[in-house]
Design a protein around this ligand. Structure first.
Ligand code: PGA
Length: 254
């Protein structure tokens, strides 16, 4: 069994004091705990403070997005080197909110993935279909396209140990979760796609998180599925007790 990976995507929420408070509670609650990999993804402006709070812990801190460029005249952007410089180890790439609201394409996501690897950051690549695509029975096609475009020209060495988050767009922030069977089926498809693009070793080294309305009430059932290696949690990650409950559910499957 792989070590589960539970990530909290704080999105554009919290004040600085709230972000520090949440980080301190998680830091206390997870002291000495390493049965599960845990990461938090605060807003850019709180990253340094949160990195400092977790500096002596096992908890990873990462950004929700990054620039595909290395440095220079890119007003408003944040580079991988900057994230690394302040202590980040991870970055979320291609979240559906970036794809749909900010028109990020598979080719941009591919450039961001390459930039993250170049800067020694561990990416979480998000994929997932919209409701109308599921209704039209296009889930596999969409996910396959996101994987092919997102991972274009990446070698198996670069992809080894990658985290992929399967987040059906219709389940994000809606309270509608995929059933454990629905999620497991797409996870198995992602694993098989990685096996045919790369090899069995690479496919097995990849952790596939489920995301979309995961909470303390449904986590256990989802995480118990054989192809689910963790969760990317939005709303429920803002409440320390819910998030810690999800982490402890994951520990029984690590
Ligand atoms: P949610 O968000 O848990 O609030 O649905 C998940 C995500 O967007 O990563």
């Amino acid at each position: 069994m792989k070590k589960q990976f539970i990530a909290g995507n704080w999105k554009m929420n919290l004040t600085l004091e709230e972000a520090r408070g949440l980080a301190r509670k998680l830091c206390d609650g997870l002291a000495g705990f390493d049965a599960v990999d845990v990461g938090v993804f605060p807003s850019f402006v709180y990253l340094k403070d949160v990195c400092d709070i977790f500096s002596d812990s096992n908890v990873f801190v990462g950004a929700q997005n990054m620039s595909m460029e290395q440095c220079g005249a890119f007003t408003g952007e944040v580079s991988g080197a900057m994230l690394r410089d302040i202590g980040c180890t991870h970055v979320i790439i291609g979240h559906s909110e970036r794809r749909t609201i900010y028109q990020e394409t598979n080719s941009m996501i591919n450039s961001k993935l390459k930039a993250s690897l170049l800067n020694n950051l561990n990416p979480i690549l998000c994929v997932g279909e919209r409701q109308e695509e599921r209704d039209a029975d296009k889930t596999r096609e969409v996910v396959e396209d996101q994987l092919s475009g997102g991972l274009l020209n990446l070698t198996s060495e670069e992809v080894k140990g990658l985290t992929i988050a399967y987040e059906p767009v219709w389940a994000i922030g809606t309270g509608k979760t995929a059933t454990p069977e629905q999620a497991n089926e797409v996870h198995a498809f992602i694993r098989n796609t990685m096996r045919s693009k790369y090899d069995d070793d690479t496919a097995q080294s990849i952790r596939i998180q489920y995301g979309g309305s995961v909470n303390a009430g449904n986590a256990k059932e989802l995480l118990g599925q054989p192809e689910i290696d963790g969760a990317l949690v939005g709303g429920a990650s803002l409440d320390p007790n819910s998030f810690l409950d999800i982490v402890s559910d994951a520990a029984s499957f690590s």
